[in-house]
Design a protein around this ligand. Structure first.
Ligand SMILES: C[S@@+](CC[C@H](N)C(=O)[O-])C[C@H]1O[C@@H](n2cnc3c(N)ncnc32)[C@H](O)[C@@H]1O
Length: 419
């Protein structure tokens, strides 16, 4: 099998090697529009992709097994393209892949943006809210559009996010005879829907005075809609530091409250995933809204009580417990769910939960710390400290079986017993 990238310039834009593959193939698989780009000299059986595409891939490949197959892909097949599904099914390196410049390369060439300085966000099959996490003043973002309606949706999102002055350029049919560009600002987006094949170049400009959201954890508390159940900024930043998300990892955030821990975990890298469990349905709804507004609409919200609602969840890389510590069996269930090397962090402000964390620290080791934050506030004509409730935090990494056995099981002596 060969996967051939093809652009809006069709057959004329293909290399000799790509043309030879297509002319010699017994089966030509591609989108209906792409198949019309091939000349009659490509005599193979033409098979349009069914919709939805991904689940159909294994069956389609099996149906044509043993024949010489060429698959048409838009632009670079390995950049948000069919190359991903095919290599997942067949194995990396099995289909031969002949790339074509992607729409992103064309767009950068047209507007003079270095590709390495450009953030790329795809909205193909994904909600527009995803773009919110990529918005920073002065940043250049290229959006891969889902359809002709995406530019107006992006303009609306930018206005909602306090990025109304941003400049938008919609580049249509890049590399083809009908290539076109329309532009405007998000605040004044005058254009009706145009060509469905488009990418949007966004020069991000924040409205003066709009809330500034940084790239690292510790967003301002005002970034969240909340009812008081919110891990406040300084504790949140410290907690995310200890949770230490790495790309691709999955977090369970138990007792989601307003969702801030899971949201900031997911904002740390587009590949980070999180599931939050919240018993209160009103809060669960609020978490979904906060996640959408802060650019991580893929956050999975489970409305239910832990530990009961944890049973069916996929294995996490890390667990954060921000609520429900005294629920019977919660701590043990979380510990058991963690794979070797997994991390657990639990925060509490109550003595009852603190006692549980002290016991867990005794059994499993790790680090027990107390975090205290005070804010300077007016006191008469002067200024004094207002102390927030101190937070007890236990953090631990689950050892592998061998290091577990090496741990000393000698109970430590309480200095208070030394009478
Ligand atoms: C202090 S808040 C957590 C704040 C959260 N980390 C944030 O930043 O928004 C504790 C939350 O845990 C929830 N909760 C308590 N026990 C629970 C349980 N057993 N299962 C699920 N949620 C629980 C409460 O409804 C509350 O929303």
């Amino acid at each position: 099998m060969t996967v051939v990238g093809i652009g809006a310039d069709g057959w004329a834009g293909l290399t000799d090697a790509a043309r030879a593959e297509l002319a010699g193939a017994q089966v030509l698989i591609g989108g209906a529009r792409q198949l019309t780009l091939l000349p009659p000299s490509c005599r193979g059986q033409r098979v349009p992709w069914p919709s939805p595409l991904r689940p159909a891939v294994p069956g389609l490949l099996a149906a044509h097994a043993g024949r010489r197959i060429a698959v048409l892909a838009s632009g670079d097949p390995m950049f948000y393209g069919i190359g991903r599904a095919l290599t997942e099914v067949l194995g990396a390196g099995v289909p031969r892949i002949l790339p074509h410049p992607s729409s992103v390369s064309y767009a950068c060439a047209r507007i003079g943006w270095p590709l390495e300085d450009t953030e790329v966000v795809t909205l193909v099959g994904r909600p527009a809210a995803r773009l919110a996490a990529a918005l920073h003043d002065g940043r250049r973002v290229l959006v891969l559009s889902a359809d002709a309606g995406t530019p107006a949706a992006v303009a609306a999102l930018l206005r909602d996010q306090g990025f109304g002055p941003s400049r938008l350029r919609v580049l249509e049919q890049l590399g083809g005879a009908d290539e076109a560009c329309v532009e405007g600002t998000a605040d004044h987006w005058p254009h009706p829907p145009g060509d469905p094949l488009n990418v949007i170049a966004v020069d991000c400009r924040r409205t003066p005075g709009a809330l500034r959201l940084g790239a690292v954890p510790g967003l301002p508390d005002e970034a969240y809609d909340h009812d008081g159940q919110l891990t406040k900024r300084h504790i949140r930043a410290a907690t995310l530091g200890v949770l230490a998300p790495a790309p691709g990892e999955l977090l369970w955030d138990i007792g989601g409250g307003s969702g801030s821990i899971a949201i900031e975990w997911m904002r740390s890298h587009p590949s980070c995933r999180a599931i939050t469990v919240e018993r209160d349905p009103a809060r669960a709804g609020r978490i979904e809204r906060n996640a959408g507004r802060l650019g991580v609409p893929a956050l999975r919200v489970v409305t239910g009580r832990a530990p009961g609602s944890l049973a069916e969840l996929p294995t996490p890389d890390a667990v954060f417990i921000g609520g429900g510590l005294t629920a019977p069996g919660l701590l043990d269930t979380c510990w058991d769910a963690l794979p070797p090397g997994g991390r657990l962090v639990a925060n509490t402000v109550t003595l009852e939960s603190e006692a549980l964390l002290a016991g867990a620290h005794r059994s499993h080791g790790g680090e027990l710390v107390r975090l205290a934050v005070a804010h300077a506030v007016p006191v008469g004509g002067f200024t004094g400290w207002r102390q927030a409730m101190p937070v007890t935090q236990w953090s631990v990494r689950k050892p592998s079986a061998s290091t577990d056995a090496e741990r000393s099981t000698e109970p430590a002596q309480d200095p208070g017993d030394n009478r």
